[in-house]
Design a protein around this ligand. Sequence first.
Ligand code: PMP
Length: 399
Amino acid sequence: MDIDRLISDRARAIDASGIRKIFDAASRLADPINLSIGQPDFPVPEQVKAGAVRAIDADRNGYTPTQGVPELLERIVAWLKLDLGWEAAPASAAAGADASVLVTTGTSGALSLALLAMLSPGDELVIPDPYFVAYPHLARMCGATPVLCDTAPDMRLTAARVEPLLTDRTKAVLFNSPSNPCGVVSTKEECSDLLELCRARGVLLITDEIYDEFTYADSQTDAAMGDASIARCPSPARLEGASEDVLLIRGFGKTYACTGWRLGYAAGPAALLAQMAKLQQYTFVCAPAPLQVAAAECFDVDMGAHVREYQRRRDLVVERLSAVTDVPAPGGAFYAFPRVPERLGISATEFVDRCMDRNVLVIPGGVFSARDERVRVSYATSLSQLEKGLDILVELMGG
Ligand code: PMP
């Protein structure tokens, strides 16, 4: 049978060759210095692992309500109130029809459902360039057009840059801070300007905060925490009334190193969440049951030591690379996005080939951007590997 004839235009439209080349190279190189990794290099906290084992032993292995298991929903709702001051529907209501919180199959699940619920063919979704690799593809899978907002050279998604791109077909602006691939953290003012713009134009602001816990001290903002005030990631979701018109998407995978557990959540306007829940019911059905139960434990685990360790690595990366090239200030996540120096006269892809010849893996900017000028350097690896990799990058950049 000619299977090729049967493949949809939707699937054909996705070109995954850039990233595949890196994965193939990673498997070919004997013992690469791998600075291409998109997940933490520490293990899942013991308490969370034990929660998963207990849940499996307690036969929590069947379907769950599509919104999520009550014990996790309760913790999420309580956290959103403490962290953002959101009066989300109480957990009992969250399991009902007017849900304003939905546990999803990874952050990717939440993003897919949000876009499926909002975008019709011909609609437009504004995304930052550079972007997380899935963003433009998810928009196209819905038949919509991803509209790239060029954020070079500082890689900041600002209202001034977004405003000229809004049309009467724009449904949403997809915002991501701390960002992948740059690690850039937006300021409180940038968040509030963007939300003000979106409100004025009747467009939804979707905030992908999968890296929110990895926001370093120098990029945090004061946030009310119940009666206390502690520093947290700046977010449009912190602004007055945001639960009514911001879709918040967060995940467990990066913060607790359980990317393979496929757990995230969405919270925001109940009318949108209800549509997303309906779509989840007929696609993913529910997030993995015992792992949802275990994720409730995450809220009792302090990841501060890991975050501070990553901040030290960030400092090292910035110190070494900014001596030889332009690096947009990374305030969070575990990435930096340095420019391949123009004086080399080569594309990022060609630079990545040179890195591979030296056994170093980084990802070319063309995978995340219309421009192939930079490389994504991940520091989610041991300090010794990172130091070796940085020596080679600095040398190749002509330092
Ligand atoms: N958003 C961003 C910005 C990401 O970097 C990633 C993962 N690399 C995701 C979403 C998807 O995360 P998950 O594994 O939870 O689906």
